[in-house]
Design a protein around this ligand. Sequence first.
Ligand code: 5GP
Length: 364
Amino acid sequence: MDTGNSESVDMKTFCKMLPKIELHAHLNGSLSDATILRLLQDKRSAGAVDLPDSAEVVIKRGHNRTLEDCFTVFGIIHCLTDNVSAIETITRDVIQDFVAENVRYLELRTTPKVIPEKMTKEQYIETVLNVMVEEMQRSDIIVRLLLSIDRARGVGDAWDTLKIAKKYKNTNKYKDLVCGLDVSGNPNAGNLCEYLPVLQEAKESGFKLAVHLAEIPNDSETLAILKSKLVDRIGHGSYIHPGSNGSHEMLQIVKQQSIPIEICISSNIMSGTVKNIADHHFKHWRNEGHPLIICTDDKGVFNTSLSEEFLMCAEAFKLSMSDLATLSLTAVESTFLAKEEKNLLHLSVQKELQDLKEKTGILL
Ligand code: 5GP
């Protein structure tokens, strides 16, 4: 294969120009500094008194912290996004951030939240969906939503999330916008196996499932979930491959089912679940020729962007521009779109890659 490197465009510029697919982005983890500052300002003008110190919130961002610290940060962010107007702002800003990065297809995920006397879970989700519809009309991006089940909230809450997902899936106005469920939340909390009946029903109701799996070592949970054959995409999957303290049994199951893995390098390193980029499981799965998607996870909390994640991957694993273009194009296959929509997206990314090639002279 051609190395695809061009002298006219450097790798950083290329990563930005590349049409990209983002499949693992938590809404509240994706807020930029500018958005957080705006929310703080809005809160202050509304007379809020018990706010986290803005300097503390902003300064802490982008720094290495433990996985437990990350969940404290999510708690702080959730204090700022506790009303419909804030949800409107963050959804709009986050989608626009991805548009500016040349992301052509975005699967956002978020946990439905109720704030007594301010917002119901339905209002929360409807607000996100309405902004998605508006932003898709304004910009060259397709956005879909996954509702997140938080494993720390218990199975009752998960059933509630599924009920809300079903409600919006069957609404004409939002038809097909909610295309799946995500299972996330603190991996030290709860046991995913207890959620299997909810996941089973979700699949039977036509939802695709993206599950945070083996983010920390937990072979028995990982095996049970993989053996259920319910998982359509794995989030992180850091401890599955035998090369990264997983096992041959888990590797074989993932390969047999050909389950794509969402790769979030900055997140793994900054939260300390993977020691450094050289040790990242990306390399083992790439050697297997396994479907991988480069993602941001929480671009705000980990101070990154999808272009930077591509660049980091290229530098660490010696990927050419052509390799990155292939990763972008093959990511389309792992989206939760229906077959026809997938074909259309594939054609449009392919066309854009062709245009990029002609414009820059890069051999893709
Ligand atoms: P939200 O669902 O509120 O829009 O986004 C933040 C939530 O996403 C967090 O509270 C957490 O439940 C989930 N989340 C974000 N990043 C991660 C991650 O790296 N691992 C896990 N397991 N959950 C995450």
